[in-house]
Every structure is written in C-alpha cells, then in structure tokens.
Design a protein around this ligand. Sequence first.
Ligand SMILES: Nc1ncnc2c1ncn2[C@@H]1O[C@H](COP(=O)(O)OP(=O)(O)OP(=O)(O)O)[C@@H](O)[C@H]1O
Ligand SMILES: [Mg+2]
Length: 1176
Amino acid sequence: MSEGDYRHQSRHKPSKNMKFFKKEAPNPQGGRSKKGVNHNNNVPVIEDSRKQVYHWQSEGGTKKSTVDDMVLLTKITESAITDNLKKRLMEDKIYTYIGPVLVAVNPFKQLPYFGSREIEMYQGAAQYEVPPHIYAVADTMYRNMLIDNDSQCVIISGESGAGKTVSAKFIMNYITKVSGGGTRVQEVKNVILESNPLLEAFGNAKTIRNNNSSRFGKYIEIQFSRGGEPIGGKISNFLLEKSRVHSLNERERNFHIFYQLISGASSEMKESFGLTTPDYYSYLSQSGVYRVDGTNDAHDFQETLRAMQVMGITNEVQNDILTIVAAILHMGNISFGEENNQAQVLDPGYLEYPAYLLGIDSQKLGHKLVSRVFDSKWGGKSDRIDVTLNSEQAQFTRDAWAKGLYSRLFDYVVETVNKAMVTDSNQLSIGILDIYGFEIFGRNGFEQFCINYVNEKLQQIFIELTLRSEQEEYQAEGIQWSPIEYFDNKVVCDLIESKRPPGIMCILDDTCATMSAVSQGADEDFLRKMESQVGSNPHYQKFSNGFVIKHYAGSVSYHLDSFCEKNRDVLFQDIIEVMQGSSNAFIRSLFPDVIQVGSKSRPTTAGTKIRTQANELVTTLTKCVPHYIRCIKPNESKKPHDWDDQMVKHQVEYLGLKENIKVKRAGFAYRRPFDKFLQRYAVLTKETFPAWHGDPIQGIHFIMRNINMDPGQYQIGRTKVFVKDPESLYMLEECRERKFDHYARVIQKTFRKYFSNQRYLKERQEASRLVHNRKERRSNSLNRNFYGDYIGVEYKQRISSLIPRREKVEFALTVDKFDRRFRRMKRDLILTKTNLYLVGRVKVQKGPEKGKVVDIIKRKIELENISQATLSTFQDDIVLLHVRNDYESLLDIRLKTEFLMVLNRKLKERFNKELPLNFVNSFEYRVRKTGWGGGGVKKVMFVEGNTSEPTFSSSGSCLTVRIGHGLPSSSEPGLQRVITPDIRMLANKKGPSMAKSHSNGHAPRMLNRDQRPPYPGPSPSGPRPALINTGHSYSTGSRTPDMGRPRIEPPRLPGMAPTGVHKITKSPSGPQFRLPVSNPPPPPSEPPPADTPTITPGTLRSRNGPPLPTRPDINRPKPRIPQVRALYSYDAHDTDELSFVEGDTLQLVREDASGWWTCKLRGSQGFCPANYLEKI
Ligand SMILES: Nc1ncnc2c1ncn2[C@@H]1O[C@H](COP(=O)(O)OP(=O)(O)OP(=O)(O)O)[C@@H](O)[C@H]1O
Ligand SMILES: [Mg+2]
C-alpha cells in the first residue's frame, strides 16, 4: 500500500445498520421499473429510479448477519470468509471489502444498484457512509488522482467468468459519468465506452467458463487533464488467443465477430462476402455451437458497426475489415488431400472466394498453401528454394495464414481505438487492468500457459504490495509486529520466466531457436530439456505428453501439442509477400513487414513477447497507486444464487484473502514519512504552523497530543509515523479540514468584501432591467447584495440529498405556493442550472420512520420548460410561472427580482433565450389536475389597496390581491445599500448553536416579513387547515405558525343545500371562527412544511375587522364500535392519507379534533377527512 492511500482506509469503518440494496417501487405505468442492459457496454442500467427505497432506509435497526468489511469478521478462517460472502450474495450484496480491497462476487444477474442515483450517491461520499460498491473504488481512484496528483490503477483479477470485464466497464462508466468536459472530452468518453463492444467483438468468445470470455488482456489508461477531464486514452493489448481462429474446443465458439457478421450482415454484404449459415464454415462448425444464451449476434453486429463509426473508421475501411473476417471463414474451408507425400488442394473451387476477398490470385493462394520457400545458403550465397508440403503441413500453413491475418486485424482495431483517443498530454491517468482470468481446461495448451503466467505475475504484485512490503516495512521501521505467513508465488513466476537458471520460457525459446523449419519432434525435445533443467522444481512435474505446473491457483496440466510452433509464432515470409501483393490497399497496409532474406536475427517468440509485456505491465502498475478488485465466481452453472462452496473456498484460498484480512487487521491504516506528516498537519497547531523546526518526532507528538489522539492509535517508526485505525485518520483529517475551512472563510470574506461592490452593481442593474418601467418597486428593494442561496442547501442534508450533487444551487429561498384553493403551502424553491425544484414535506406512512416528516420534491420543472413568468404591475411578490405543456405554479417569492434575474441568466446561458415576462393585473392560470377537485382554471386580480403588504381574499376560483402603491416603476434602486445580515453565511453556519436556534433546520430569515416564529416541528396531527371559506381576506403579514391539523367542515350530503353557518364551539387554541360549509367537501390539504406559518384560522382576517374566529370542533358522539363508512369517495392527496370509495367501511383508529381521523382500510392506515365519513 502506498503511503498516501489513507483514503482507501475509510472503508474500515462499518456502516452500522446500513443495508444497501434498493427495492424497486412500481412505476407509474403499473409495471416494475425498467431494468435493462446497456448494450453499448453491457453495463446493467436502471432506467426508472423514481421513488426507489433503499433497504437501509426501510430496514433500519434490523440486525446485520454479515459484515461489509471482512476485517471485522470475528473468526478469520476461509470458511468464515466464504460464509460471509455467501450470505451477502443471497441478499444480493455482491461487494465486500477487505480494508481497501474490494471483493466482488459475480451475481449472474442484473442488480438494480448501478443507476444514476448510485452514481450520485458515491460521488465524493466518505466511504464509511455508503455500502461497499465498485463505484466507491472508482470514486476513490478518481478523487485520489485529483487530490494527490498521482496516477492510479486498478488490478481486477479472478478466474475466467468471475466478472472482471463487467467490473472494468462499471469503472469506466462511473468515471465517464462523474467527470465533466466539453465536446472533445465527450468524444474521448464516447471512444472509451465504445471501445468495449468493438474489442469484445474481435477479442471475446464463448468458452465453457464464460459466454463472453476475454481472449486477450487489456490495460486501458484513461488520461486526464489536471482538472479531471478525460482527454485521452491508451489501450495496451496482450496476447490474443489467436489459435481460436482455427481450433475450437468442445462447446466453445470462435470470436464473436464471425457470428455477428453472419447474422447481422445486410443482404448486399452477404452476397459480396459469400455468407451463408455458420455451419458451412469449418472454422465454426468444429464445435457445432453457434448461439450463446442471452446474446443477439445480429444486434451486437450493429453495435460493432456503430463502435467502428465512433472510432472514425470510414465505411470503406469497415468494409475492408469485414472482408478479411469473411475471407478467414472461407479460407478454413480449403481442404487438402495428399499424393506422393505432397499436399493437393482437394477442391480448387474453394480457393476462389478467399482469393477474391483477399485481392490475390487464387492459383497463387493454392500454390502457397501446399509449398513453402526456404532460404538456403550455398557457399556463402543465399538462395531460395520451393519445398512441397504434406497435407498436415499445408493445413498448418492455412491456419497460420488465417490466424496471422486475424491477429493483424485485431492489432489494427486496437491501434485505431488508440488513435481515436490519442493525446500528447500524459499527466494523470487511471489504468484499468482487465486481463484474461486464470483458467484450467480439460486440455490446456500454450495459450493457457501464457494466460496463467500473466495471472501469476498479477498475484505477485498483489502479494508484493499488500502482504510482503507492508510487513517488511513494519519490520524495517521497528514497529511491533507479529509476522503473518502467506504463500509467495514468486517461486512459480521464477520457474516460468527466470533467465538464470533458465525457466520454462527460456528453455522453450532455446528449443525454438534450434528447431528446423518443420517442427517435428521439437515439443518432445522441449520436454526433455525441461526435465533436465527444472525437473527438480517442486512446482513442476512431467507427464508423458506434457507437464504440470503447481500454480498459486491450482495445478494445471499443459499438453505439448505445438508448444514450440505456437511460441515461434512466425508467419512465413512468402505468405507475407503474397499479402503485400494484394490488390486491396487496406490488406497491404496490414503487412508492412520488411523482409530480410537470409536474416540471422532470431524473431521474437510469443513467450518472450508476453514475458516482456508482463514485466512492462508490472513496471507501469507499480508506478501508479494501485487498487484491487478480487472477483469471485460463485458457481460454474452461471445461475444467480447458486453457490458452490468448495469452488469459492478454493478461490478464497488462492487469492490469499485470509492473509490479506490478517495483515489488514493487525496493520496500520496509514503511514507517512515524518516530514510529510508534519507538512500536512502543521496547520493544526500554532506552534507547528507554518513550519516546525524542532525534532520531527516531538513535533508529531505535539500535534497528536493537541488533538487528543489516543496514544494507542499511533506508533512512531524510524522514519515514518503509523496511524492505526482509519477513524483516527479521519480525526486528523477533519481537524485539518476545519482549520482550512476557517482560514478559507477569512479569505473569502475579504475577497467578498472587495469584489461584492462591483458584482452588486452589475447584478442590481441586471435585475432592475427586468422590471424597470413595468412593475412598481418596494422601497429599498434591490438595495442589497444577492446571495443566491438563502436556505443554505448545502448544509441541509435532508434537502441537499434530494438535489443531484452535480446541480449547483443558483438560488434557494423558502417561498409560498398557492394551492388550488389559494391556501399557502410553504415550499423550498431551489433553482439549479438545469431544474427548478419545489420541495415540501410529508409524513412517512410506513416503516420505521413512520410519522416522521420528511422532505420530498413536490415539483420539478426543467428549466427549458419554463416558458414565461407573469407578474402584476404593483409592488407585490406574486409570480406565476408558466410551464410548457403543464400547469402553472402561483408563488409568492419575496426576493422575486433576484430570482427572475438568476432564472433569466440561466436561460440565457443554457438556451440562449430570455425569460418572457408579462406584467398584467389580472390573469388566469391552470391548476394541477389531481383526483377529485383538481384541475380547472383560477383567476388572480390585483387591485389597489392601502397597505404596502398585500391582503388576499378569495371568492370561488378568483383570488384578489389588494396592495397599495409602491415606488414608481420608473424609479431606480437607490445607491445606498441597505445593510442586511449576511444571511447566506448565517444559513451556512454549521454546528449545534445553529441546530438549537433553528431546530427545523431552516436558515433564519433576513426580512421582517419572514421573521416568523419557527414551525414547532412535525405536528402529530398533520396537515394545515384547509381554507374553505369564501369571501375572507387575510394578510401575510400576521401569519402565525400552524399548530395542527385543520378543523374541517362535515360534508353536506349530495343534493342538500348548504347548511350555512356551522355551530360555533370554543377552540382551545384560539378565537372562534365561523365557517360556512362548502360543497363538495374540501379534501384536507397536505402536511405543513417545516417552519411554515400557513394560514390558520387565527390568521384569517375579515375584510374590515379583526381576525376571524377559528372553526368549531366537530361535535360527534364517541364511537362505540370504531367503524366508519365513507359517504364520498376520496383520493389521497398525500402519502400519509388514505384513499377510499363511497360505501367503504373503515376502522376508526383515532379521532382528532382537527377533523383528520386516523383510519385503517385493507391493512393500510392513514389520515382521512372526517367530513367524508359517517360513524357506524
Ligand atoms: N456485476 C455483475 N452483474 C451482473 N452480471 C455479471 C456481473 N459480473 C459478471 N456478470 C456475468 O458474468 C459474465 C462473466 O463476466 P465477465 O465477462 O466479466 O468475466 P471475466 O472475469 O472477464 O472472465 P474472462 O476472464 O473469461 O474474460 C458476464 O457476461 C455477466 O453475464
Ligand atoms: Mg473478461
């Protein structure tokens, strides 16, 4: 582990009672939310993330039977690890940590927690706050890279089918989603994502282990600007298993592209490429498997074509590429007979198509398949002679030709991807290593030998960095430590790659160097040499036709067939010459080889290539800060929830997870050299800041004591300080952050003071322009600074959690929204660069949080859909927002001019349009259509009054606003600035003092009119009073807090005339109120939002007189049988209400004087309007 990777460690901390997986709520269409596979990169996506509930939210308090981080296991045995992983998988939790290492179990099904909501959730989140997830690893890498300026890499390992490629795609997806960028960056992101389907088409195949097995290794580096935008990328590919082109194992397929082409080609393509059914081609028919469950080759073909387009491959070149794919298929159908020990093409007709497609002469092709040119030397003069081949050799030549073509094509594809995302800047990068997994087949050849060798190397890096070096460091630093035993697979790596004494690869190269052109007997020779040179190695064992290597992941028997030939990996020179004579320029370009007749130098063997690549890879990886994902395959059946205990235990063993846990548990989360530690934390004390000049150890002790660090939590080594638990590190980091925060505020304040004058003038002009000559002004309006966020959204977790993190809050203010009866509802209006949100509150109806009032988004309007705003010409603050193809919102926005200015600015920035503003004193608008009583058109009239605060009166569907004249509309805001408290700072202030004085969590208000008593907290009885009177007027100036659910009028029966004034009783909470009955009965309104001084009876004022009295209690006899019948149907307007239909019998749980009764119906409990009910 690197010194600076303390951030990884944060995952040590268990997330108490947190469960991660979401339940899906039914979508509005009645179906389940749509799950799907993004065919671009096969990453599961959730399209509908509305109303999703997290398990940890609904199952809070339940006991956890598994641990998120296995460092916390009580028993550290392979069985306990396996058991923990199993239980978690059964609960669909596939991710578990071992400290910073992520263990990922393949679920073999799409899980719902990879949507945009999770992407939001993991961005910048402290890792102990959120459940284990691959996004957390991706986020850590991305953020570490930006903060520490260090390149990162993630090594994804695991056996074939364990989920490495899927994991790699999740990471790429996450990183491209969270990083910003302009057009070029978007192009790069597109190339990165689209490289997946393209490379998979050419490099993946169905094997018995995995239907989409990577038959090549890939290391993709995403390169970033200093600002974290992906500006380029680079893919290194390793050893394509090209023998698959001509030889298939049972139940396996060739590379996907062959089947894609056959199923997806257009009829013209089919005709020109001579395509028919796959069983016609012997390269495909050997295994008899043509289809793969869950794969649609024709569809994937379109993906491949699209990906080629994204890479900038022209239609002509696409055609050339597919021509070669088709040519290879046809080539495989050329078969040979033998006459006088000489190969003959059985049916020369089969030469025509491949020759035509490759742009070569068919006779030449036939000739080159049955003979070969050799260089020979006679008396110092080199000569070339044509030697005839037997049928076996001819077949070998054909296959070598086909795979040579394919591998060059594959390299071309990789190179094209690289060109499409090339950049000169190489500052920061995130590398993702997705290499073929360790594999054991019934018969293992040279390819498996190379694949397993690379996996040995990766295991070495893991051991090196997580087990060995960590322990060695403790020893070197003199830290108290009991060593932990582990199997170090270096011995196996040496057995394979060592140069001195020669390991298997060297022996193989030597054998190849001395082998004749036709490789008879070479493999046996190789086996003999191995026996004499490595025969005594305990990890090596010979058998009659091959050898066994005891790998870290198990013993594998390798059969010798063509080991030497495959290692030599040469395409004969005369074949290259033929291809260089092709009439197709693209094909010629794939063979740029310079042929040197009589060259003495040995060509590089495949073994040497892979060994060099593997070692280069190790060097590259060790230059980055490494992260690890250990993928586990839970079964061979590829079925969800199927668990093969033995199989998993074996993986747990060979991956060294137990040792990993032990080292992590006993180890230290964080270490830093003295000077770096002092540099980072010097700020914590006056004495050490800006620099400590004394003894470093004393300085460290000084800092630690100063922040009250438990002495057991750190040790000081010879050159480094070690911190034990991540929590202690958080403490250090938090103290540091607080200090920085403090200083940042000082700087900000100075900055603000300096620049605010200029900004103030500019903004004021911009705002004033909108209303100048159109609307009267309040005195002193606009003579203030614009703060934007008057709520302090960032610090109100319950609100900020509703707004996507990426959406910067541009304006936020608590406003009043008028409902369809002109009742005021408190809403938090939040304007971001893309949306306008109206946040309100409701009571939770079910689950452990039942009864709690929570914030929800009541309305979300995309900015581009805001078509205009209507205002009066008076000095009031009423704003009607018009929304394209939707109902309007009538709002009372105290800081309307600032709001309109910001909104207008955003519309200009994003859509290059201005917000149309109407100034009229009478307008109509539509209200939302919801259930009973919804919809319809309302009218608002503004008339001259004599107070500067408006009074509101409603009659039927018309609201009258009376207001006195303000300053003339032509007046300019004064130069004198009104001193207002820095409410933004107040709103943002954290800490207990704030919580105490504003228990509701809202920021204090700056303006007199809003200096209202705080809302007393969630009322047990719920929604505010319903304003059901007509003809009453009220003023916003004298609102009092809502104290409970409304008293509502009992309904009159249909057809009955209004009963007029209802009985008056004394209200305990205020004066009495006469209430005329309305018809139909008004549904009660929604619960009061926090600190909402809504219109309560006590706040209503008659037109001329004192506040009207409150309504009487509903005088009903106490029920004997607690049952009620519904007199009318009622559609719940909020989540804590019950819907019922006329005639339903409900259980009466609790009566309430407010008129909202708690009832039960069909197992659900909620509030019901009493005036809709009749006691039985
Ligand atoms: N997180 C996951 N969610 C859903 N399915 C998964 C997940 N991980 C893996 N799978 C399933 O398992 C299959 C195999 O995974 P993948 O191709 O990533 O394996 P691999 O480790 O790359 O194997 P190989 O070494 O053969 O390339 C995938 O095609 C997919 O069906
Ligand atoms: Mg793979």
